[in-house]
Design a protein around this ligand. Structure first.
Ligand code: URA
Length: 259
C-alpha cells in the first residue's frame, strides 16, 4: 500500500474488513517457526552522577493533573474545546479524525452526556449523528424536545471526545484523564438537569455501572440533578426496554415542569 495518509489507510483497511478479509498477506514470506536470534539486551547506562547521589528519574506525566489544570483554565466553552483539542495525553486522539465536542444549544436546561463517538460521529465531528443518535432524536421529539428545538433545546456531549478504535469500551485511564474536561464542560454549560446516557457515562459521572439498576433513579453528578437512562444503541439492540426509556423520558419532562 503506497500511502502515507493515516485515515486513508484506516479507511482502506476497514473497507477490506467489511468485505470479509480475515488475513493480511505481506509481500515477503515469513517463517514463523524460525527461532529468532537472541537479541542482546542493551546494558543499562551507568549513572553519570557521583556515587551516592540519586540518579534523577524521568518524570512520569500525570495526565489527569494536566487535564485538571487545562480544564480549570478554560473560562468559556470555546476555550474548553481548544484546551481539549490541544490535550496530547490521550492516545485516542491519534486514531480519531475529529474532536467531537458537542451539539445542540449551550445553556439549554438539559445536557445529555453520552459515552464516546462512533464512526459516524468521528466523521461528522458531532455527537449522536449515527443510528443511535437518530433514535435519541426521536426519543427527545416524543417529549417535545430536541437539539435544535426553539423552546425546549438540549445540549449534548460525550465522556470521550475521540472515537475508541473499533468502538471498543473506554479504558479507565481514558475516562480518568477526560473527566476533568467533562466536569468543566458541565460547569460552563450550566444545565439544570443532566441525562447520563448509558453505562460508561454512569461509570464516568457516578463512579459505577449497572444501567439496568441505575436508570430512572434521580441522582446528582457535577453538582446537577442527573437521570441515568438506557443508551439508544442498547435500545436498538433490545427494543423491549423502550418501555423503561419512555418512563424515564416522562420523568425528565416532569422534573423540568416542576423545576
Ligand atoms: N454513542 C455515544 O455514546 N455517543 C455518540 O456520540 C454516538 C454514539
Amino acid at each position: 500500500m503506497e500511502s502515507s495518509d493515516y485515515h486513508q489507510d484506516l479507511a482502506l483497511l476497514e473497507w477490506q474488513i467489511e468485505l470479509g478479509a480475515l488475513e493480511a498477506i505481506g509481500d515477503l514470506p515469513v517463517n514463523r517457526y524460525e527461532v529468532p536470534a537472541a537479541v542482546e539486551k542493551p546494558k543499562a547506562a551507568a549513572p553519570a552522577t557521583p556515587a551516592g547521589v540519586p540518579v534523577p528519574q524521568q518524570a512520569k506525566v500525570d495526565a489527569v493533573a494536566i487535564a485538571e489544570q487545562a480544564a480549570a483554565a478554560a473560562g468559556t466553552l470555546e476555550e474548553l474545546r481548544a484546551a481539549m483539542a490541544a490535550f496530547e495525553h490521550c492516545d485516542l486522539k491519534k486514531g480519531a479524525r475529529n474532536l467531537v465536542f458537542s451539539d445542540g444549544i449551550p445553556g439549554a436546561r438539559v445536557m445529555l452526556v453520552g459515552e464516546a463517538p462512533g464512526r459516524d460521529e468521528d466523521r461528522a465531528g458531532k455527537p449522536f449523528v449515527g443510528r443511535a443518535g437518530q433514535l435519541l432524536d426521536r426519543m427527545l421529539a416524543a417529549i417535545d424536545m430536541g437539539r435544535d428545538h426553539a423552546e425546549a433545546p438540549v445540549y449534548i456531549t460525550n465522556v470521550l471526545p475521540w472515537r475508541p478504535p473499533q468502538n471498543r469500551d473506554p479504558k479507565p485511564e481514558e475516562i480518568a484523564m477526560m473527566k476533568p474536561f467533562l466536569l468543566r464542560h458541565i460547569a460552563l454549560a450550566k444545565p439544570q438537569v443532566l441525562v447520563i446516557v448509558g453505562n460508561w457515562s454512569c461509570q464516568a459521572l457516578l463512579g459505577k455501572r449497572g444501567i439496568t439498576r441505575l436508570r430512572g433513579a434521580w441522582t446528582e453528578a457535577g453538582g446537577v440533578p442527573a437521570l441515568p437512562m438506557f443508551h439508544p444503541a442498547y435500545l436498538l439492540r433490545s427494543p423491549e426496554f423502550k418501555r423503561e426509556a419512555w418512563a424515564d423520558l416522562l420523568s425528565l419532562k416532569a422534573k423540568l415542569a416542576n423545576g
